[in-house]
Design a binder for this molecule. Structure first.
Ligand SMILES: CC(C)(COP(=O)(O)OP(=O)(O)OC[C@H]1O[C@@H](n2cnc3c(N)ncnc32)[C@H](O)[C@@H]1OP(=O)(O)O)[C@@H](O)C(=O)NCCC(=O)NCCS
Length: 201
């Protein structure tokens, strides 16, 4: 990002000042939070149903580990051109394999959907933050998009993390990424004020 660009929340007083000075919005991105409901029964059943729908189509949904780093990197690499350009606030680079392997051996989590012959078609990677588990990235193989894979894999991830005691989750993305917005809405994430990338006139 250059000094001619700033990333600020829409409710930041500085945003109002810069817009009044003629700065223009060049990207919009969103963050969203999910807090597991006190009475999580109905919500949990809905998430289980997302996972079941994908299992019935033949995929296995499961937790992944450090040994899966190579196939995660390959899947992400095959899809990198499909990440919408959301500007500096949502930029994504394919992780390098040794770093991802080390992180998955440590505190990061990954979940995925595989075909019966083992091909990884969808992955979500999450990392712990101080007060929540945050999504690092989610990707589905281009040919199999729109079949509920990303929703199912994220649902499985959240339920697994919930069983381990996590109640608070975060995620985010570019405003132009409608599929990503839709997935998170289905799972129960609630949008926070948008982040704007502002450019100097
Ligand atoms: C975003 C992405 C992971 C979604 O994966 P997916 O497996 O196709 O998602 P799902 O099939 O679970 O679809 C989720 C919802 O989005 C909708 N959707 C899918 N593609 C869409 C599109 N291009 N535009 C609008 N909505 C879309 C689906 O209809 C579904 O909504 P529904 O539950 O109302 O039917 C996939 O498009 C992708 O890999 N994109 C490139 C990488 C990326 O942008 N990742 C997200 C940022 S981390």
């Amino acid at each position: 990002m250059t000094t001619d660009e700033r990333v600020l929340r829409e409710d930041d007083p500085q945003t109002v000042r810069l817009l009044a000075d003629g700065w223009v919005v060049v990207h919009e991105s969103w963050g969203a939070r999910l807090t597991v409901p006190e009475d999580s029964g109905e919500w949990g059943t809905r998430l289980e149903a997302c996972v079941d729908a994908v299992r019935k189509q033949g995929w296995t949904v499961s937790r992944l580990g450090e040994r899966d780093a190579r196939s995660i990197v390959d899947l992400d690499g095959a899809s990198i051109a499909d990440y919408p350009d959301g500007g500096p606030a949502t930029s994504h680079a394919v992780p390098d394999e040794p770093t991802l392997r080390r992180r998955l051996a440590g505190e990061w989590h990954a979940y995925g959907a595989r075909t019966p012959d083992g091909r990884l078609d969808c992955v979500t990677v999450m990392r712990p933050e101080e007060d929540r588990v945050e999504t690092e990235f989610t990707v589905t193989r281009a040919r199999y998009r729109g079949q509920g894979l990303a929703t199912a894999v994220k649902a499985y991830a959240i339920l697994d993390q919930q069983r381990q005691g996590t109640r608070s989750f975060g995620t985010g993305g570019s405003a132009v990424n409608e599929a990503s917005l839709r997935i998170n809405e289905v799972l129960g994430y609630v949008l926070e004020p948008r982040w704007l990338t502002l450019r100097r006139p």
